[in-house]
Design a protein around this ligand. Structure first.
Ligand SMILES: C[S@@+](CC[C@H](N)C(=O)[O-])C[C@H]1O[C@@H](n2cnc3c(N)ncnc32)[C@H](O)[C@@H]1O
Length: 244
């Protein structure tokens, strides 16, 4: 009886965002990997599987929501809505109130990965998720401009994976937002012999190298294999205002 009660209390505690992201007043990214592992295995994998986001990337996506507590989450492209669903499930599970805005190209714009009628399939009718048609960066920044002071945007950049697109999208976010959190997909680096597209890796490297050091931008990557994910953030206190 007592053991059962203790188990229930512990499972409640482990659901809280504070337990999942300890030491938020400290400078380094930190999450509780055990709590997040349980969440990823029990709640995310049954819904979204491990494609296109393998376990280490699911951990980074969920962990970043717990760590940075965004009030607004902007992501592109929507495609079938796997990433939007991951963010929705994470926010719901850990009790983090967030508006999720997911953008994909209008159907008349040609792109190899155009989702067509499957657009947003995994997030249809999910509370707090709004689907938009348009260019990801442009649409998201137009909403950022309407955010109340103190808003904390998090961007998930997973649209066109060319060097030029990722470069202009990351640079565009860093220009518009003072303390951004940006997660970028497909950023794994391997040497030329692999034949991989390392455009996103190079774009992140180049944009970060051009930023003023006083911005204290940091980055963290899952760099053990494809597809690879990088989170870019600032050392500024997580509660600070984000609009420039
Ligand atoms: C790799 S898929 C994204 C996968 C998606 N995040 C998911 O979880 O299912 C790339 C998507 O980005 C969209 N896309 C490409 N360029 C875009 C842009 N500039 N703005 C918005 N969406 C874009 C494509 O139409 C495609 O649906």
């Amino acid at each position: 009886m007592i053991r059962e009660l203790a188990r229930k209390i512990l499972s409640r505690v482990s659901r809280s965002a504070d337990a999942a992201s300890p030491n938020r007043e400290c400078s380094e990214y930190e999450v509780n990997n055990w709590i997040l592992s349980e969440f990823v295995l029990k709640r995310l994998v049954p819904v979204v599987g491990v494609h296109p986001y393998p376990l280490n990337e699911l951990m980074l996506m969920a962990g970043s929501v717990c760590r940075f507590r965004p009030t607004h989450l902007f992501e592109w492209g929507t495609n079938i809505g796997a990433s939007a669903r991951i963010f929705h499930e994470t926010a719901r599970h850990f009790g983090i109130p967030v508006e999720i805005h997911s953008v994909d190209l209008p159907p008349d714009v040609e792109h190899v990965e155009q989702p067509g009628r499957t657009r947003g399939r995994l997030v249809r009718n999910k509370t707090g998720v709004t689907l938009h048609l348009g260019d990801g960066l442009e649409t998201s920044l137009s909403i950022v401009r309407t955010m109340p002071p103190g808003g904390r945007p998090l961007f998930f950049v997973d649209g066109d994976h060319s060097y030029e697109s990722v470069r202009s999208e990351l640079a565009g976010i860093l220009d518009a937002v003072e303390h951004p959190v940006v997660i970028l997909h497909d950023t794994f680096y391997q040497s030329d012999e692999s034949g991989y597209n390392i455009g996103p890796f190079e774009a992140v490297r180049d944009v970060l190298s051009e930023q003023d050091e006083s911005r204290r931008l940091r980055s963290l990557s899952t760099n053990t294999g494809l597809p690879g994910m990088t989170v870019v953030y600032t050392e500024a206190p997580v509660s600070s205002t984000s609009g420039k």
